[in-house]
Design a protein around this ligand. Structure first.
Ligand code: ATP
Ligand code: MG
Length: 417
């Protein structure tokens, strides 16, 4: 295990609390990540100072009362934010979502006991060293996600912990301890009570993670609760005799880690277009992601363009970046099906050729526009658009040069309807 080095701006916050007679520790994710030898993204502090005491201690600092009711303030230290939270227990969760009330407590053990997993339930300061009462360090060494306390109780308090367990397991490639894993399966329907926003946020953590594919394969019944559209895939075989759920999971794994929209597409790409749309809207996905996923997944079931004209039309209809995603992703899926790499390779060659030649992707790329057509008395009204579309098709087909003169004379030949 690596040593914990508290950065100066956090140490100052701890020191200030201690100077005023309170106890204070770095806690949770930052302790876990430090022990794992990686740089924590942010540092959280917990303390026995009550909210009003914290405001007193930090009265000369910039402080934001981010969650005062729950005992949290954000303290600005050397230009960085540190969240400081009073030791607390969370009380009952009658709606499986929010604690009905938080109770401030005076010792660190009770605060650690409310936390979800042993690896997230450790605290540290330089004076006392590591405070690890639930075996967090041992589970880090054994690469294990284990609930603090009784798994059934903990998941019933907050169903989102089910997805948090999968997220940490996928991120660190840790196993989920047997009792915790049973409990996750048994209690999966608790996820029906969790808001779409919180679920989507966890998915944004699970899918890009290193171990996402294994997680999907190990817990299909859990994902079926949050993405019921996918439940039809598990246990159904495709033409090659491959389990379709497993294929989707392995497809996720072929996309680069960290790329959520691409991995979400891979997960959903076997579903009919309408099911993809309904899943995205139920999850309240942001618009940019929803657009990306629907366009890409719609195209992944089609053969790739096999000629330059088809390639130009594809780029014209979905954009250059998107066309590239379609080719690359389709290539990955072909490889997963043990199909020849030739389809994607030759599409990539066409893509490069088409980008190398003068652009003819949309009517805007033509050497003439509607104005010229009208000036030459060749068209007016809605016919302008129809003629431009026809000219574009012929330019894309390479049967007509994209030059003013040839376009105008071809337009003159087109039938007047
Ligand atoms: P990350 O690196 O993903 O931020 P983290 O461990 O810091 O991981 P946070 O969601 O930022 O996770 O929460 C900080 C700490 O608060 C956790 O380490 C854990 O101790 C506690 N915690 C957060 N959410 C829950 C929850 N739903 N139930 C119990 N404890 C929680
Ligand atoms: Mg965190």
């Amino acid at each position: 295990m690596s040593a914990i080095r508290i950065p100066g701006y956090v140490a100052e916050v701890l020191r200030e609390l201690e100077r005023m007679g309170y106890r204070a520790y770095a806690v949770g994710g930052c302790v876990r990540d430090s022990l794992l030898g990686s740089e924590p993204a942010d540092w959280d502090v917990c303390t026995d100072a009550k909210p009003e005491d914290m405001l007193q201690v930090f009265r000369k600092w910039r402080v934001f009362k981010t969650g005062l009711k729950h005992g949290t303030v954000t303290v600005r230290s050397r230009g960085r934010n540190v969240e400081v939270t009073t030791f607390r227990t969370d009380g009952a969760y009658s709606d499986n979502r929010h604690p009905d009330a938080v109770h401030f407590v005076s010792n660190i053990r009770d605060d650690l006991a409310r936390r979800d997993f042993t690896i997230n339930a450790m605290a540290y300061n330089d004076r006392e060293g590591l405070v690890d009462v639930f075996g967090g360090q041992e589970d880090l060494e054994g690469r294990m996600i284990r609930c603090v306390g009784e798994p059934d109780v903990r998941f019933n308090e907050d169903g989102l912990r089910i997805l948090r367990a999968l997220r940490f397991s996928a991120r660190f490639k840790f196993a989920i301890e047997t009792e915790t894993a049973y409990s996750i399966r048994r209690n999966r329907l608790l996820l029906e009570n969790i808001s779409a926003e919180r679920i989507y946020k966890e998915l944004q953590g699970i899918l890009p993670a290193e171990g996402a594919g294994d997680m999907l394969i190990a817990f299909p019944e859990v994902f079926a609760v949050i993405l019921p559209e996918l439940s039809a895939l598990a246990g159904s075989l495709d033409v090659d005799g491959m389990d379709r759920w497993e294929f989707a999971a392995r497809a996720v794994q072929t996309a680069p880690t960290g790329d959520f929209p691409l991995r979400l597409t891979m997960l959903l790409h076997l579903l009919p277009s309408l099911a993809v749309r309904s899943a995205l809207s139920r999850l309240k996905s942001d618009n940019a992601t929803a657009r990306f996923v629907t366009v890409l997944s719609d195209h992944l079931s089609l053969p790739l363009p096999a000629t330059r004209p088809e390639m130009r039309r594809l780029i014209g209809s979905v954009s250059q970046t998107m066309a590239e995603h379609i080719i690359v992703s389709r290539g990955r899926l072909n490889a997963l099906r043990h199909q020849s790499p030739e389809e994607a390779r030759s599409a990539m060659r066409l893509f490069a050729e088409v980008l190398d030649s003068p652009p003819a992707f949309t009517a805007r790329d033509l050497a003439i526009g509607g104005t010229e057509l009208m000036e030459h008395g060749l068209a007016h009204g809605p016919r302008v658009g129809r003629i431009l579309d026809q000219l574009l098709r012929e330019v894309q087909d390479e049967t007509l040069p994209n030059a003013q003169e040839s376009l105008l004379s071809r337009a003159a030949e087109l039938p007047q309807e």
